[in-house]
Design a protein around this ligand. Sequence first.
Ligand code: ZN
Length: 484
Amino acid sequence: MPTRYITASIPYVNAEPHIGHALEFVEVDMLLRYYRALGETVRGQYGSDDNSLKNVRAAQAAGEDVEVYVARHSQVFKELQGLLNLSFDDYIRTREDRHMRGAQKLWSLMNPEDIYVKEYEGLYCVGCEIFYTDKDVVEGSCPIHKRPLEIVKEENFFFKLSKYQKVLEDLIVSDKLKVVPESRKNEALGFIRQGLEDFSISRSVARAENWGVPVPGDEGQVMYVWVDALSNYINALGFADNDQAYTTFWEKAEVRSHVIGKDIMRFHVIYWPAFLLSAGLPLPTEVFVHGFLTVEGEKMSKSIGNVIAPKDLVADFGVDAVRYYFLRELPSGADGDVSKARLEERYAELANDLGNLMGRVAAMSNKYFEGAVDKVPFDHAELDVRMGEALKQYDFKDYIDTVWTVVNAANLKIQTEEPFKLAKTDPVAAKKSLSELAAMIVWIGHALMPVIPAAAAEILRRYTGDKLIHGEPLFPRRDQEIKE
Ligand code: ZN
């Protein structure tokens, strides 16, 4: 059994969480629950990027103390664990001592030949917190924020990224650093093959507004926020103090996996591995890059006013239906859309395909056999293989589609075998049919634990005792709810 470490990326806390954060957290949680159930030693990590200058700007705009503002916002992200029924093992804030010391340790371990001082003048975007080269600039403005770039001139530390071009290319080509999906792997390789340039990994304390992780041995500089932020993944394991968790889940773990959005791929498949190589530390083994969500076909944005908070979606549809939507609706790694109409359709799938199936079999068993069915086997070896393969490719949708072949087969079985008729003519055959259906439903319950943990646990509660329990609908019809 491999040991596995899976992380979500750490968001800036300059705004409330949106459904893009929820999507990523739910994806990681599905993996955590799936691999734990297999018996693997698994650890899941999430947290917040507190050191970003964006947080400082947001606090200033709100007229609040930065430390207070960041702490309060970080807490909201942390609480998604309860809201979305997540099972992360730990949450790290990059203002924490364990992180600050870890980031400094990583810096100190990097090969001294890879870090040099250079006078630098460049076009800088405060929003992105990166320097742009001329080829990226669109009419003097940031290609993302569309606002004029600042000319910034100062002495910084630089990292010799160019030195790592070949080794990074080889790692990604060989899948030693496996980038999923394939399209993102090709994109990463394309970027590397264009040529990697050295880049600034510090900024003056003044430009950083005295916020961030100090560079060891130079009081005038703080680390470029990505240098410290990326190290959260090992700092959360106690890298600074060489804790046992660091040994178990980083040094010795067979799988070290980062789940991220497409906008930060470059940092995770190029910068982060390069820092680790320079420091002589193990690299991540896998990076899964998910797509972005649109809302009703439009890009989410504050100005359009279509940003959806996870808590509103959960209040409307319930946590299981929201998780199910994120995990089944989006093609693996591709962009997806959140629309009210599709949410209703997906909810109806849960209510009709799954909820009714469970209700009908329990009802018939109770009506004809006082709830008692025989324990019969259900052969699921091939299904397990296909689901395992799906999750190896982070294909959450294919996993659920596979489970649904059994949901559909069970519904068809009721239609063709008609146990409700058989009960009157051939009770033995009726009981056999219901027993086989119950075995399928128990398997479905186990298979859906990583997807819809609360509903799946309820399925198992009703179906694994001496008698099947016929209870309230698992997913009540929404039109009825609205009428009430
Ligand atoms: Zn920008």
